[in-house]
Design a protein around this ligand. Structure first.
Ligand code: SF4
Length: 389
């Protein structure tokens, strides 16, 4: 099965139960069309090892940091979304790129790899709720409103890596840039040197935290564009005044942490260091000791002195892995309830085995393809990111 990114005609996203039904215009996919091995199959690990060995250098398996351990053990490389896409592009000899991540990541890999490489997402229902919060038609409507108000000439779009290929293409067409959580400060600095306002998509929290805590803007310089309301729920005056126009999107994992979680963990573990991702809400970031991207979180814990204690506000699979790999430190999850990225967790060993065994049998399943026009415009925005001063 091939899923091709195409522009939705118009309107809001309909409700769609995870893994049920089809929505090719969004980050959600259908449930697995093939016969999955049962999760209880005692031979599953051996089947995965056999399929992986048979594919050899023809396949390259990428594992995002938030994936389950059962999947990560088969990854040739682990990383955040941009690192993984670049790793795939650096291996043109790999015919199949098996992306254990979510849909927008596989799209980025398809954009950055050569046409002869095929990108496979083991479960098409592995989407990203944040990316889904900015649909192409909504963003086009927003830009048309800017044009009507004469704002389009001074607004530079900046989209987070966690967005669909359509939104990256929109950004490329309007001479904007993509950013990651590691280079958001540089991206915003460049954008505000290029224009006088930024439209930041789709994560309001990364945009706000970077603008206020790293660029020194005030909270009042930021407004939030709600795509479900006329003119984003704003008026011309507030848009004229604003420097940052933040899209009303958030990560359903990082958005769960609260300032109360921070206060409680400090009470529970005296001397604990609180380390959070910049997708967390502003109050949580303000209350933390450190804030950083996924890669920065990993390196901070690895370099921390033995005996130190850390409460980490990011996805639970990663926090558990950090705790296991750093037994000389105390590493705990910031929230007291379990919180995985449910869509990332769709990729499990049965799906990985199914995808690899299908490739061994000569059948390409769940291929992710971005159409050439969208891919070239999205690549312009990605290239701009690579050229950031
Ligand atoms: S952790 Fe958040 S941003 Fe990342 S894939 Fe899951 S929902 Fe999307």
């Amino acid at each position: 099965m091939t899923t091709e990114t195409s522009r939705p005609p118009s309107g809001q996203l309909p409700l769609l139960m995870l893994g049920v039904g089809a929505d090719p215009a969004a980050e959600r996919g259908v449930s697995c069309p093939g016969e999955l091995p049962p999760a209880a199959d005692p031979d599953l690990v051996h089947r995965a090892e056999r399929a992986r060995a048979t594919l050899g250098d023809r396949a390259f398996v990428l594992g995002h940091h938030y994936q389950r351990d059962e999947v990560i053990r088969f990854a040739d490389v682990t990383g955040d979304s941009f690192k993984l896409a670049r790793e795939a592009a650096a291996r043109p000899g790999a015919e199949y790129v098996i992306f254990c991540g979510v849909h927008f990541m596989a799209e980025s890999a398809d954009i950055l790899t050569s046409p002869s490489q095929l990108v496979v997402l083991p479960d098409l229902a592995a989407g990203c709720s944040m990316a889904d919060m900015a649909s192409y038609s909504q963003v086009e409507e927003c830009w048309e409103a800017f044009e009507d108000l004469g704002l389009d000439s001074c607004v530079v779009p900046v989209t987070y890596m966690n967005s669909s290929a359509d939104i990256k293409a929109f950004t490329g067409r309007h001479r904007g840039t993509v950013c990651t959580s590691s280079n958001a400060k540089r991206a915003l600095t460049w954008a505000l040197d290029t224009g006088s306002k930024v439209l930041f998509l789709p994560d309001q929290h990364l945009g706000r935290n970077t603008a206020v805590l790293e660029l020194g803007l005030r909270l009042d310089d930021c407004v939030v564009w709600n795509p479900r309301l006329p003119l984003g729920g704003l008026d011309k005056e507030s848009l004229d005044r604003a420097t940052m126009i933040l899209w009303r999107g958030h990560c359903s994992v990082h958005g769960r942490f609260t300032a109360r979680n921070v206060a409680e963990v400090r009470e529970r573990i005296p001397g604990v260091n609180v380390l959070v991702h910049p997708e967390c809400v502003h109050d949580v970031v303000l209350g933390a000791d450190y804030v950083g991207s996924t890669e920065k979180i990993i390196s901070t814990i690895e370099r921390a002195p033995a005996g130190s204690a850390w409460a980490v506000g990011t996805e639970l699979n990663l926090v558990r892995r950090l705790a296991t790999r750093n037994p000389d430190k105390t590493v705990v999850f910031l929230d007291d309830t379990v919180c995985f990225c449910s869509t990332m967790n769709r990729i499990d060993l049965p799906h990985l085995v199914w995808a690899m065994e299908s490739l061994v049998a000569g059948q390409v399943v769940n291929q992710i393809t971005v159409d050439p026009v969208t891919a070239s415009q999205a690549k312009a925005a990605l290239d701009q990111m690579l050229a950031l001063p």
